[in-house]
Design a protein around this ligand. Structure first.
Ligand code: ATP
Ligand code: MG
Length: 283
């Protein structure tokens, strides 16, 4: 019997969960009244990069925080649905327990400790591990291998490094926890295109060489679809379309509304008056 990788199990539908992460029909409410996610489902197969796309306020960050159990600090609750990692329900786990299981979130906006050095920031990422000095030193070397810029800046105060370097610190710190899956929120935010490219290249390398799976929230549809295997498009708290990244990138509607190739700038699928289109995505 072969191991249950996504490709193998795809041919054996009787296997319970072929996915590393499965989000099933979740609803999220903030402050007991504000309904933000209205039945979101998505899957991440092991070893893949999945993009969660959508405009401002679509619910991308909320979805990631629902998975990593970071909603309670914002008075948010998952009120319906279920979330499974390796076939086990994870909604009741604390963020720390989840990190120990291998799921870690890199928050939107980077969140470095500005007064600590780059290296001290990275070391904070190992706090959930009961690793010895040697193991931690090896993890640090691994981070520096993927992010050579951070090695150069290891003694710099993080607050004085560039936005791109701070994003690298945020991802590097997550790597220090030896994750199987990283939930990466808006890595491109506020960064120059060249740095964004550099960061996505590293994401790809981590995916291919370290077998880290990614769920990647991005407003930058174009770059996300170039690096992801699969994508989901969120609008107003619902998934309105999903598909292989290449298929999404060549889809006329995605091009028009999310890749800015339609000539009229980005619109919402909802704004499209054409009945057939409304029916196609929103029925
Ligand atoms: N703590 C909160 N309390 C109340 N409403 C919230 C809270 N956080 C987010 N929201 C609302 O939930 C909706 C989804 O927000 P979310 O941050 O998940 O969107 P997003 O897709 O990540 O957007 P962006 O691309 O701007 O980061 C928005 O309407 C937002 O105003
Ligand atoms: Mg967000």
């Amino acid at each position: 019997m072969q191991t249950a990788t996504a490709t193998v199990t795809a041919a054996h539908p009787e296997v319970a969960s072929p996915f590393l992460l499965s989000v099933n029909n979740i609803e999220v409410i903030y402050n007991h009244v504000i309904l933000v996610l209205k039945g979101v489902s998505l899957d991440v197969p092991e070893g893949r990069i999945v993009a969660l796309l959508g405009a401002n306020g679509a619910g991308k960050s909320t979805t990631l925080k629902a998975i990593s159990n970071l909603l309670s600090s914002e008075r948010g609750n998952v009120t319906k649905g279920s979330i499974e990692f390796r076939g086990e329900r994870i909604e009741a786990l604390s963020p720390d327990a989840l990190v120990k299981r291998g799921v870690i979130q890199v928050m939107e906006g980077r969140h470095c400790f500005g007064h600590l050095t780059v290296e001290e920031n990275l070391l904070t990422g190992a706090y959930t591990r009961r690793a010895g000095r040697g193991e931690i030193a090896a993890s640090l070397e691994k981070v520096y291998h993927y992010f050579p810029r951070l090695k150069e800046r290891r003694q710099s105060q993080a607050g004085y490094t560039s936005g791109g370097e701070q994003q690298m610190v945020a991802v590097g710190r997550a790597l220090m926890a030896c994750p199987q899956m990283i939930l990466l929120d808006e890595p491109s935010m506020g960064l120059a295109p060249q740095i964004v490219e550099e960061i996505f290249e590293i994401v790809r390398e981590l995916n291919q060489k370290e077998r880290v799976s990614f769920l990647l929230a991005e407003q930058n549809t174009s770059i996300a679809l170039r690096y992801a295997d699969y994508g989901y498009i969120l609008e107003n708290g619902r998934v309105v379309m999903d598909g292989e990244a290449a298929a999404l990138a060549s889809n006329e509607d995605v091009k028009e509304f999310y890749l800015g190739l339609g000539g009229e700038g980005r619109k919402s699928f909802r704004e499209v008056k054409h009945y057939r289109r409304r029916k196609r995505w929103l029925a």
